[in-house]
Design a protein around this ligand. Structure first.
Ligand code: G1P
Length: 293
């Protein structure tokens, strides 16, 4: 697997007014925009060809991952090699491509836009809002299961039952011990009382290209949008090449940078773990959190 699709066309209304003139994907997590962590994760998994599905107001994404000769010259002249390396790093991560979604018709529609670019090979989808702390290489494991089964694979995470209505939800079939976890059904954002489980689909997918044929035929679902979850439900119950959907359970930390509290937790976690910001922040937090009377 070589290719990753990163849908990044969403409007970011949950972060207005910060996202009025700036894409939500550019919100910084300490000193890097959130989207760079997602691209770096794809690159770590060996995905060297990344296509972003963007829209209006997303030019900053292209600029961020492009060269900036004037800034580079200025930093070089000043001898600021650390900053120069940081600036150059984002423009040399991967072979990046951009496609515009056009009509905002949902995640399934955004993925379908990548069809001509991806062609007839398995590919990964990483949602730009989801930051995961993946010490265990979840994408690599998903690629392994895809290779083994020939189907499609989603990353799953256990959530509190009342939170399941924010996610795609997977119904797991009984599986052999140690064997791949087969999914027999998927439903987009169910009411907790109707959810088949508390296993949420998080924003990482490894898909068989047959998903494109299915997406072409998938009618608008929840919210009037073409849902990737609905296409995967079709594949889960189909027969033949490229059918079957499997799950890999993710047990690390995950943040939704489209949600204010979750975004702040992501910033704090990264800042606390870094040598340059961790000690000072920890010290300050202790003071802030200790009652004074
Ligand atoms: C999307 C998917 C949903 C998935 C979620 C993960 O929803 O439609 O199935 O669980 O991402 O972040 P969104 O958060 O874009 O509404």
């Amino acid at each position: 697997m070589r290719k990753a699709v990163i849908p990044a066309a969403g409007l970011g209304t949950r972060f207005l007014p910060a996202t009025k003139a700036m894409p939500k994907e550019m919100l910084p997590v300490v000193d890097k925009p959130a989207i760079q962590y997602v691209v770096e994760e794809a690159v770590r998994a060996g995905l060297t060809d990344v296509v972003m599905i963007t829209g209006r107001n997303k030019r900053a994404l292209e600029d961020h991952f492009d060269r900036e000769p004037f800034l580079e010259q200025t930093l070089a002249a000043k001898g600021d090699h650390a900053k120069l390396a940081a600036v150059q790093e984002s423009s040399s991560l991967a072979d990046l491509h951009y496609l515009r979604q056009g009509d905002p018709k949902g995640l399934g529609h955004a993925v379908l836009r990548a069809r001509a670019h991806v062609g007839d090979e398995p590919f990964a989808v990483l949602l730009g809002d989801d930051l995961i702390d993946e010490h265990d290489g979840v994408l690599e494991e998903m690629a392994r299961i895809q290779d083994l089964t020939g189907g499609s694979v989603v990353a799953l995470m256990e959530v509190e039952p009342e939170q399941i209505s924010s996610y795609g939800c997977a119904d797991i079939a009984a599986s052999e011990v140690g064997g791949p976890l087969r999914i027999r059904g998927l439903v987009e954002k169910p009411e907790p009382s109707r959810a088949p489980s508390n296993l949420a689909v998080i924003g990482r997918y490894v898909l068989h290209p047959r998903v494109f044929d299915v997406l072409e035929q998938t009618p608008p679902g929840r919210g009037g949008e073409i849902q990737l979850t609905d296409a995967l439900q079709t594949l889960a119950v189909s027969e033949g090449e490229g059918s079957g959907v499997y799950g890999v359970i993710f047990r690390g930390r995950r943040y939704d940078t489209g949600d204010k509290l979750s975004y702040l937790k992501a910033v704090m976690t990264v800042a606390l773990e870094r040598d340059d910001t961790g000690p000072g922040l920890r010290e300050w937090l202790k003071g802030v959190l200790t009652p004074t009377n």
